[in-house]
Structures are given as structure tokens and as C-alpha cells.
Ligand binder design. Structure first.
Ligand code: ZN
Length: 65
């Protein structure tokens, strides 16, 4: 029996395996496929590069020796 959770955007009860974890208006949200299609302009995928997170910083200490 599938677990049903409401879509964080429209509230439609949706099986959780169909909900997509996304960043909606800079908050984590799980949304149904319909909202994914409808709200693409507001959605950032969590695995997209984020400008506020620097990647691995180059090690400067290693140059000292
Ligand atoms: Zn929805």
C-alpha cells in the first residue's frame, strides 16, 4: 500500500514515490508531477549548482611546503 503525502504546493494527496523533492521559492518542498510541470519557473532542483555554496576551496596551506 503506497504512502500518500500531500503535495507541498497544491495539497493534492500523492504517493510519495511520485513526489519530487525540489527547492521551491528557496525552501525544500515535495511536489506532485503536476506542480513540477506547472511551477518550473519557481523550482530549483537540489542538485543544481548553488551560487551561495562554494565548492571545494583550493588548499593554500599545501603550497607552504
Ligand atoms: Zn501539486
Amino acid at each position: 500500500m503506497p504512502v500518500i503525502d500531500p503535495c507541498d504546493n497544491c495539497g493534492t494527496p500523492t504517493p510519495i514515490y511520485r513526489l519530487a523533492a525540489v527547492i521551491l521559492d528557496s525552501h525544500m518542498a515535495r511536489i506532485c508531477p503536476r506542480c513540477q510541470a506547472a511551477e518550473q519557473a519557481r523550482i530549483d532542483l537540489p542538485y543544481a549548482p548553488r551560487t551561495d555554496q562554494r565548492a571545494i576551496q583550493p588548499s593554500t596551506s599545501r603550497d607552504a611546503w
